[in-house]
Design a protein around this ligand. Structure first.
Ligand code: UD1
Length: 416
């Protein structure tokens, strides 16, 4: 079995350029289906989840090509509206195709979504919202069939600001008849990015960055070229890694304005940081300090996707921290691995109390999902001695090339 071998315990030094955002790229790829023409995307991350999504688009009849660093999607001829089960089950983001397929084809078949095993992840909010456009859902052996002959804009208020449900509503509203007003929309920056992409294609969406979006449906869409923003979660992972390992790293092309809650937590931990434009320099010398109490929250709160990396960093901080997970119920899966490395962590319900130890030691670790896997790599980099991270393919779902990134800041790492 392939694994990563990481020699930990040395401070980091060097620079890492942050890749394009996964959580922006996936809904934008779904949105490309809305237009009977060509979309050119720049800075699209070359990660496994994007590869799956491109396979799904090809399966629909789209022409998809990498031309150097540009990703060119021609969605003129769409012949299918069924997400092949093998992809649908692999990736939760396939549910995001519901809105765009209903808009373009008036029907869709998707299998129940898979993705990272970090909780039950129901889709009731998506379905409840799409029904308000007139969509009807039936369960079939092939998956969930959705039909919406004449999507009509609606006034919708989400019971919870779900990121995926917000994106699905936007995607269907763009080709629906009339105006859609979406209240209690999620405010994650990736949603603003999806709206900017759609507006660059001719859509008319207002209210970006707020919890109320207004979408004028039925606008004529046209070809577009768009550059995807950098990934705040990848930037946050490397920031926390530098914090815990010590040393000095320059992160390039960082969406600094989206990292407020993470930079605040890092400051509380005693990490030094200096932003100059899109460069973020991070350095840390002494031992990290505990954070007291911190909860994950919808944006602009602390992101659930950085909870595991934070936990791994706090494992060797001075003092006791309590980390509460309020978004996904099964996101403490890495605790057992951290405990075997010497961490002192007690999980009770949705809280983890971390009593920092002086150092972690190298161990054999197993990645079980994307962000937890990245957190284990972080722990391995900070630990004394050598660690192995098994099943590291999970990490490639969201990190373009973690080996290259680690090597560029001096970590001794190889895949075997
Ligand atoms: C997206 C991100 C993921 C991030 C999450 C929260 C992508 C591709 N993924 O996931 O990285 O961790 O936002 O910031 O962008 N829920 C329901 N019913 C629903 C929908 C959601 O109960 O119909 C629950 C989920 O189980 C979860 C919570 O709401 O507990 C948040 O989910 P949501 O915001 O929808 O996250 P995703 O879009 O799946």
């Amino acid at each position: 079995m392939e694994y990563l071998e990481i020699k930990g315990g040395s401070p980091l030094c060097g620079e890492i350029r942050i890749q394009g955002s996964k959580n922006a790229a996936l809904p934008i790829l779904s949105a490309a289906v809305l237009h009977r023409g060509i979309t050119v995307l720049r800075n699209c991350p070359k990660i496994i989840d994007v590869t799956y999504m491109l396979e799904i688009l090809r399966d629909f009849g789209c022409h998809v090509d990498w031309e150097g660093e540009d990703l060119v999607i021609d969605a003129s001829s769409l012949s299918s509206c069924q997400v092949a089960e093998c992809y649908g089950r692999q990736m939760r983001s396939s549910i995001m195709l519901l809105g765009s397929l209903l808009g373009r084809m008036k029907s869709a078949v998707v299998s129940y979504p898979g993705g990272c095993v970090i909780g039950a992840r129901p889709i009731d909010i998506h379905l409840g919202a799409l029904k308000q456009f007139g969509a009807v859902f039936t369960e079939e052996p092939a998956g969930l069939r959705a039909v919406c002959q004449k999507p009509k804009g609606a006034r919708i208020c989400l019971p919870f600001p779900s990121v995926g449900a917000t994106e699905n509503v936007i995607l269907l509203a763009v080709l629906a008849e009339g105006t859609t007003i979406l209240e209690n929309a999620a405010r994650e920056p990736e949603i603003g990015e999806l709206c900017r992409f759609l507006n660059s294609m001719g859509a008319e969406i207002q209210g970006m960055g707020t919890s109320c979006l207004v979408i004028e449906g039925g606008r004529q869409l046209h070809d577009t070229e768009f550059t995807i923003m950098p990934d705040r979660i990848v930037a946050g992972t490397y920031l926390l890694m530098t914090a815990a390992a010590g040393g000095r790293v320059c992160l390039r092309d960082v969406p600094v304005e989206q990292l407020g809650s993470v930079l605040d937590a890092a400051s509380e931990m005693g990490v030094c940081q200096r932003a100059r434009g899109r460069d973020l320099e991070v350095w840390s010398t002494g031992r990290l300090k505990a954070v007291g109490e911190l909860s994950t929250r919808p944006y602009p709160g602390f992101p659930t996707d950085l909870q595991s990396p934070l936990l791994a960093a706090l494992a060797s901080a001075e003092g006791t921290s309590v980390v509460k997970e309020t978004i996904f119920e099964a996101r403490f899966k890495i605790v057992e691995d951290l405990q075997r490395m010497g961490a002192c962590i007690r999980v009770e319900g949705q809280s983890a109390a971390v009593e920092g130890v002086k150092y972690l030691h190298g161990e054999e670790l197993t990645a079980r999902e994307l962000r937890g896997g990245a957190a284990l790599v972080l722990a391995a980099v900070t630990a004394q001695g050598t660690s192995r991270v098994l099943q590291y393919h999970y990490i490639a779902r969201g990190y373009e090339n973690i080996i290259r990134d680690l090597q560029s800041v001096g970590v001794v790492v190889q895949s075997r």
